[in-house]
Design a protein around this ligand. Structure first.
Ligand code: SAM
Length: 445
C-alpha cells in the first residue's frame, strides 16, 4: 500500500482551491460538504496558503500549479493537483457519501477509472439509507456505551442491530419503529421478530426489477413466490435461501390466500427475513393488500417494494404510449376476473372515461368485455391488442379490434400471461413503431 488512507476533519478549517473551471468548482463543492472554509482563487498567490489545512489545484496554468505544489509542500500543507501525481502529496479517492458513513476507494493512482467502476458497484449494494442507520447509531452511541460497558457484549448487540430488524426498518423508512428496536436492545431485549417484504418482481426480466428488490433477494432467508416468477429473477436470490412456491393458476389455487397469509406471519415470527415475491407490482391485482393487512393485524413489520406492473412493461415494449395528449388522456387498470361467471365491471363509467384501458386476466372474459363496452357506446372500430409474456424477449402481440381479438384469441394464445389493451393510443403505438423511436416522435407522447 503506497498511500496511507486517512479522513481529514476540515470543519471550520481553510481549504485553498486554485483554478478557474468545472473541476476546481467541483473540488470546492466537495470540500464545502466537509464544512471547510473555501478559499477559491483563479491564480496562485503564495499569500493565499496562509492558515490553510489543505490545498487543491485544477484548471490553472501549469506554472501556478507547480508553484502551489512547491509552496504547500515546503510548509507541510497537504496538496493535490488534479491529474498531476508528481505534484501531489496526497491523492483523492473515489467516494461514496452515505453521510455520516463515507467509503473511499483508491487504486493508489494506478487505475482511477477502475476505482470509479468499483465505486458504482459498491453504490448499487449500499442503499442511501445506510447513512440514516449510521446516524441513528450515533444518536444512541453514548447510551449504548453506558448501558453496555463490556466491549464484546456491546459489539454483539450492535451487530444484531445493524444486520437485523432495526436496520431493515431504517432501510424501509420506518425510523420510529427502528428507534423502538434500539430502545429494546438497550433494555436488554434482543428482538427476535423477522420482517416481510412484499416485493414486485416486475414482468419477468431480471433487469426490470428495482435495485431494492435485487438487494432484498440477495439478503432474504426465505422467498415465497408466485407462478409468474421466472428463473432469471429467482437466480438473484441468495443460494442458501429457502424457496417456497405458492403459485396460483386460474381456477386451480395451489395454496389458498389465507394459508399464504398465515405462512408469511409464521415465517416472520420465527425471526426470518422473508421476501414475498410477486409478479409485476405487489399492489396491482396481486392480493398484496390482503397480505399487508394480515401482517399488520399480526403485528409483523413489513415493507412494500413496487415493481413494474404488466401494463407498463407490455406497453413500453410494444411502444404504446399509455397516455397521449391526442389519443388517451388517462389510463385505467381493470381486471377481467369473473365472479360466478359474471364480469363485475362498471361499463358505463369505463366508456365515459375513455383513454386507455388495460385489462389484466382478461382473456377468458374477453367476449363479455367486448359486449359490455359496445353495449355502452364504445366505437366498434376502437383499436385493441393482446400482449402475451410482456416485458420479456418472448413478448407476442396481436393487434386489431375487440371483434377480431375475440375471434382469434383462442388460436393465437400460447397460454402465457396476457394483457388486453384497448384505446386510441394503441393505434398511436403502431404509428410510433412505423417511424421508429426518434426523440421527436416520443416528445409529443
Ligand atoms: C394476478 S395478475 C398479477 C398482476 C401483477 N401484480 C402486475 O402488477 O403485473 C396476473 C395477470 O397480470 C397480467 N400479466 C402479468 N404478467 C404479464 C406479462 N408479463 N405479460 C402480459 N400480462 C401479464 C396477465 O393479465 C395476468 O393474467
Amino acid at each position: 500500500m503506497r498511500h496511507f488512507p486517512i479522513f481529514l476533519d476540515l470543519a471550520g478549517r481553510v481549504a485553498l482551491v486554485v483554478g478557474d473551471g468545472p473541476i476546481a468548482e467541483r473540488k470546492a463543492l466537495a470540500l464545502r460538504e466537509s464544512h471547510a472554509e473555501i478559499r477559491l482563487r483563479a491564480r496562485f498567490d503564495p499569500a493565499d496558503l496562509e492558515g490553510c489545512a489543505i490545498a487543491i489545484g485544477a484548471d490553472a496554468p501549469i506554472a501556478d500549479l507547480q508553484a502551489l505544489s512547491d509552496a504547500a509542500q515546503a510548509r507541510g500543507i497537504p496538496v493535490n493537483v488534479v491529474d498531476k501525481p508528481q505534484l501531489c502529496s496526497f491523492i483523492t479517492p473515489a467516494m461514496i457519501d452515505r453521510d455520516p458513513l463515507t467509503i473511499a476507494i483508491s487504486s493508489g493512482g494506478a487505475a482511477p477509472v477502475l476505482a470509479r467502476l468499483l465505486r458504482a458497484k459498491i453504490e448499487a449494494v449500499i442503499p442511501p439509507a445506510f447513512g440514516r442507520l449510521a446516524a441513528m447509531a450515533e444518536r444512541f452511541k453514548a447510551r449504548i456505551r453506558e448501558r453496555l460497558p463490556d466491549l464484546a457484549q456491546r459489539r454483539r448487540v450492535l451487530e444484531d442491530l445493524f444486520t437485523g430488524t432495526a436496520a431493515d426498518l431504517v432501510f424501509a423508512g420506518q425510523e420510529q419503529a427502528a428507534e423502538a428496536v434500539f430502545e429494546q436492545a438497550l433494555a436488554g431485549h434482543v428482538p427476535s421478530g423477522g420482517m416481510v417484504y412484499l416485493v414486485g418482481a416486475g414482468p419477468g426480466a431480471a433487469d426490470l426489477m428495482t435495485m431494492r428488490a435485487q438487494r432484498l433477494l440477495g439478503e432474504a432467508d426465505v422467498i415465497v413466490h408466485d407462478r409468474l416468477i421466472g428463473d432469471a429473477v429467482l437466480d438473484m436470490a441468495r443460494r442458501d435461501a429457502d424457496r417456497i412456491y405458492v403459485g396460483k393458476v386460474r381456477a386451480h389455487h395451489c395454496v389458498v390466500q389465507e394459508d399464504i397469509n398465515g405462512l408469511l406471519v409464521r415465517l416472520a415470527q420465527e425471526g426470518r427475513k422473508v421476501v414475498r415475491l410477486k409478479g409485476g407490482d405487489p399492489f396491482v391485482f396481486g392480493r398484496g393488500g390482503e397480505e399487508a393487512e394480515a401482517l399488520h393485524a399480526a403485528g409483523i413489520a413489513f415493507e412494500v417494494v413496487p415493481g413494474v406492473t404488466a401494463a407498463l412493461a407490455c406497453a413500453a415494449q410494444a411502444k404504446i404510449p399509455l397516455t397521449h395528449r391526442e389519443a388517451g388522456r388517462s389510463v385505467t387498470f381493470i381486471t377481467g376476473h369473473t365472479k360466478e361467471g359474471r364480469l363485475d365491471v362498471d361499463f358505463e363509467t369505463l366508456v365515459a372515461i375513455g383513454g386507455t384501458l388495460a385489462v389484466y386476466m382478461g382473456i377468458v372474459s374477453l367476449p363479455q368485455l367486448r359486449d359490455g363496452l359496445f353495449a355502452h357506446g364504445m366505437d366498434r372500430a376502437m383499436p385493441a391488442m393482446l400482449i402475451e409474456r410482456g416485458g420479456s424477449p418472448r413478448q407476442r402481440e396481436l393487434r386489431g379490434t375487440l371483434d377480431t381479438l375475440v375471434a382469434q384469441a383462442a388460436s393465437w394464445s400460447q397460454s402465457g400471461p396476457t394483457l388486453v389493451l384497448i384505446g386510441a393510443s394503441v393505434a398511436r403505438g403502431i404509428a410510433l413503431r412505423d417511424i421508429g423511436t426518434s426523440s421527436g416522435a416520443l416528445a409529443d407522447a
